[in-house]
Ligand binder design. Structure first.
Ligand code: M6R
Length: 356
């Protein structure tokens, strides 16, 4: 059942501290500063000649974008492709390739087809999935389980967080790069998510913004996929127009849509170059009178430009992307709830999409 929550989605959002702990269990060694993914020993030892290629759909595609950024940050070439756009003639795959299909259900037709085509072309394939024994786990050479537990709500919430954390582990395992600090920040994520759940002001902010015309989400670097995911979750369950952009793209078109009736959610953590640039973009939307909601750790002075603040604990940018997403899940949930939407079963959508 829903354990006292009105919707499975809210229950699953609140299960994240424990599902994230499950994802980490037995996989990180704080003393050695290392990550062990037993099921992937063979993959980790292999050398790949071409970029690591992540393929996925929907929310899982946002996890793929995040994973590609994680590897690129460690100077390991990587790409993310929407599974329905992946064909071996356009995306070169051969026996020196590693193709990683990310699929919560393990049954998404587009992702399965991509994995099977990659197999035929001789690539090594890996399924990152929540479902033991799923078609993806069987189709791929290897499987990495995210251990999120069953998810009933059509909107992917805890499975996305667990994909992010599992992909963080995978990137450490593949690149062999990690410090004691990195491992410590991984370890802290479940407790930090709990802090957000205990303190979030998302419900009150949602009530103030519910009558808006459209909703925009911006982020840069690791927070770009989070902006895309924030918008997808929002449109999926509120039926309102929501779009996510790379913060730098605003002025290349979308800014034309920004008015006092279009709240802009911006993710800003730390106080480095990435944060400064996103703050400049926030000033651009503020000048058009758009309500600005920032998701921030409070390190920079971004709150000066915000109408509303969603706080997350301070950590590195990679882990912050997991935390920021939780605030945006809560925003989507509370706006949809305010509107009386069918949150667990949005119209026209199915939990797993088994046709191409
Ligand atoms: O099971 P999968 O991860 O392969 O599913 C892919 C998408 O259909 C899925 O993430 C979808 O976008 C979510 N329901 C969005 O919340």
């Amino acid at each position: 059942g829903k354990s006292g929550y009105d919707h499975y989605m809210l229950k699953e959002i609140h299960e994240q501290p424990s599902s994230l702990r499950q994802c980490l269990r037995g996989r990180v060694n704080e003393l050695q500063g290392s990550v062990t993914l037993e099921e992937l020993d063979a993959v980790v030892e292999q050398e790949f000649a071409s970029p690591v290629q992540f393929v996925a759909c929907g929310t899982s595609y946002h996890a793929a974008l995040y994973a590609a950024s994680l590897l690129q940050q460690e100077e390991t070439p990587a790409t993310a492709t929407i599974a329905s756009e992946f064909t071996t003639d356009r995306v070169p795959v051969n026996d020196g390739s590693l193709v990683v299909g990310i699929t919560q259900s393990g049954e998404t037709a587009d992702t399965l087809r991509a994995l099977r085509e990659a197999n035929r072309a001789g690539a090594t394939t890996l399924a990152v999935t929540n479902t033991v024994g799923s078609s993806a786990a069987r189709a791929a050479d290897h499987a990495l389980y995210i251990r999120a537990g069953p998810e009933i709500g059509v909107a992917a919430t805890k499975t996305f967080a667990s994909q992010q954390l599992a992909l963080l582990l995978l990137s450490v395992a593949l690149t062999g790069r990690s410090s004691h600090d990195d491992i410590q920040s991984l370890r802290r994520v479940p407790d930090q998510v709990q802090t957000i759940l205990d303190t979030s002001s998302a419900r009150a902010i949602a009530a103030e913004l519910v009558d808006s015309q459209a909703f925009f989400f911006i982020g840069r670097g690791m927070h770009h996929p989070v902006a895309l995911e924030g918008a997808l979750k929002f449109k999926e369950i509120t039926y309102e127009h929501a779009e996510g952009f790379a913060a730098g793209e605003l002025k290349h078109g979308p800014l034309a849509l920004v008015t006092e009736d279009t709240p802009v959610f911006a993710i800003v953590t730390g106080d480095g170059g990435t944060a400064r640039k996103t703050i400049s973009n926030i000033k651009e939307v503020e000048a058009r009178d758009a309500p600005v909601v920032v998701v921030t750790d409070g390190v920079s002075d971004v709150e000066r430009y915000a109408d509303h603040v969603l706080r997350i604990p301070e950590t590195d940018e990679c882990s912050a992307a997991v935390l920021a997403n939780v605030q945006l899940q809560l925003i989507a949930y509370w706006v949809a709830n305010e509107m009386g939407r069918s949150i667990d079963k949005p119209r026209n959508l199915a939990k797993s999409v088994t046709v191409e």
